[in-house]
Structure formats: C-alpha cells, structure tokens
Design a protein around this ligand. Structure first.
Ligand SMILES: [Zn+2]
Length: 321
C-alpha cells in the first residue's frame, strides 16, 4: 500500500498523492530507482491508488471494492505489467498492450501499465513506446521503472514525470568508503567487514587510479590493462563491485556537471573536477550507460579480458568528438 512509502520515499509519496488529489495526474511517470529495492512494490501500490475508486492507500480507506479485489487476485485486466521477455522487452509486447488497451474498460475508467526494467527496451520497442507516449489516450497511465534515467532515450524521458527515489537514507557525514559499503551491501555485518578491511580501501584506490588513467590515456589503457586491472580484480564479485564503484564515480561527476550535490566521492573532489572538465553532458551520460550495461554482463560468465577491452573501446566511443 502506498502509505508504506510515506516515510522512506516522502517526496515521491507526496508528489503522487497530490497529483491525484489535485486531479493533475500525468499520463506517464518515470520511476528512477537509484537501486532502491522496493521500486516495483511502490509502482504497484501507486497503480492501486489510481485504480481504486476510493484511492486505496492503507488498510482502512477502501471498503473492499471490485477493483482492489481484482488487482489482489491478479485478475484486473486494466493493469498490465511488462517484464523483459528474455534479454529485451520486445516490440510485440508493446503492440499487444496497445491492442489490449484500445478495448473499452470493464472496470473503472483508468488503465495503468508498468514497464519494469525499462532499460531493456530495445530500439524497436522504444519506438513503439514513444508513439504510445506521444499520443496519450485519456485514462491510460504509464509507469516506467528504470535504475537510472540516463539509460532511456531522452525523447522518452522528456515525456514522463520523473520520480527519483532515495536509495539510502542518512549517509551524510560518512566517508566515501563507508558510503560505498552501504551501496554494495545490505547487512550490517558485511558493511562493517568491508569498511574495516585494508583490501577494500586498496581496491577503491585502484578503481580510481584506473578511471584516472583511462581519462588521460583513453584506448592506450588497453596496453597496461593487466597492471591496472587484471592483476587486482579477479573474482566475479570483486569485478562487479569495482564496476559499481566506477558507476557511482561517474554519476558523481555527472552530479558536479549538473550542479547537484556530490553523493559519495566527497574525498575525491579534485579528481572528479578534472574529469568533469574533460567530458560534456553527453559523454558522461553515455559512459554511465556503457558501464551499467557491461556490469549486467558480469552476472553471467563473461571473459574478463573481453569485458575490459569492451569497456575501454565503448568508453572511447563516448568521448567528445
Ligand atoms: Zn479499492
């Protein structure tokens, strides 16, 4: 229920409640999760809030209406959730949805579709979605869920109301290493052991060194990749964590570019400013995209040499022309 998020996601919660109360509901929302684990639950709770005639938001305010009953039993055809079919969200999933939603409503006057992991839209399904968003039909509401909005076409983003979720509360005042620990791990035990290990500090330095080296030498980085990377990061988990650090670092450089607050790398401002100067907005967002996509591949058994060659080549493709 939506009220469950009133504290953890207070800003987004208030925005959603007010948009319904003031009858100013957008036809498309983009939920940027920033790694917040309960984003799908929030999207579903919001959908229920929109679809229930009593605006269900807690256990007291709906007297068990038909809509809520149908949603709970997964029988509500005016609420559709689209997940990737394999690696991608396919064009046919979007056209099926459009056909389905062009029929007259059975219950109520609103229809909601949720696209989970919208970064898995490919070129053709992105285009179908874009057409859908460009000609919004009365009563149809889209909720897209994506970790970072820069993973989507800017033409899609510009048609959505953006709801950026808070991932971790209260990291203010912590050191960079401590903040990273909170991003990577969730149990207190793991967080503490990460913070107290010399190895973590050492690997964080190595990741920053790698980024610095790449930003100065670009594709030549490949020549020294063993020393810069392979000698240090060997296990799948540590490579994944190292990519998470690279990702968070570039996001913070982007924060500087956008005059936003630095989230994590307060201890590395000089290095970040230097890199910010070498990149424009496009190259930074493209790089973030490349790092996120490659990080996904680490979960499968990807060859480490190929992974790093690909990273450097693809980063090079993002450089300002
Ligand atoms: Zn209800």
């Amino acid at each position: 229920m939506l009220d469950d998020f009133s504290l953890e996601q207070n800003i987004v919660y208030k925005t959603l409640i007010n948009s319904v109360k003031n009858n100013k509901l957008s036809h498309a929302f983009l939920i940027e999760t920033n790694g917040y684990p309960k984003a799908v639950d929030l999207a579903l709770a919001f959908a229920k809030y929109i679809l229930c005639p009593n605006n269900y938001s807690n256990n007291k305010n709906c007297g068990d209406c038909k809509q809520c009953g149908a949603i709970t039993n997964n029988e509500f055809i005016e609420l559709k959730i689209i997940d990737a079919d394999g690696q991608w969200i396919k064009k046919s999933q979007l056209t099926d949805l459009q056909n389905e939603f062009s029929k007259k409503s059975v219950l109520g006057n609103k229809k909601v579709y949720i696209i989970n992991q919208a970064e898995k839209l490919n070129a053709s399904s992105s285009n179908s979605l874009l057409k859908f968003l460009e000609e919004p039909e009365e009563g149809i509401i889209a909720i897209l869920i994506v970790e970072n909005m820069y993973q989507l076409l800017s033409t899609i983003v510009s048609r959505c109301q953006i709801l950026s979720l808070k991932n971790k509360t209260n990291l203010i005042g912590l050191s960079t290493l401590e903040k990273i620990a909170h991003y990577i791990y969730s149990s207190n035990e793991e967080i503490t052991s990460y913070i107290n290990s010399d190895d973590s500090r050492n690997k964080l330095d190595k990741v920053i060194e790698f980024i610095k080296y790449y930003e100065e030498n670009h594709s030549n980085t490949i020549i020294y990749i063993n020393k810069l990377w392979h000698d240090i990061f060997k296990e799948k988990d540590e490579i994944y964590n190292a990519f998470t650090i690279i990702l968070l670092f570039y996001k913070d450089v982007l924060n500087i570019k956008l005059n936003k607050n630095i989230e994590i790398f307060n201890d590395y401002i000089e290095i970040m400013k230097n890199i910010e100067n070498k990149n424009n907005l496009d190259s930074l967002t493209l790089k973030i995209n490349v790092i996120m996509n490659l990080r996904e591949k680490i979960k499968f058994n990807v060859n480490n040499n190929l992974l790093m060659d690909k990273l450097i080549i693809e980063l090079e493709g993002c450089e300002m022309k």
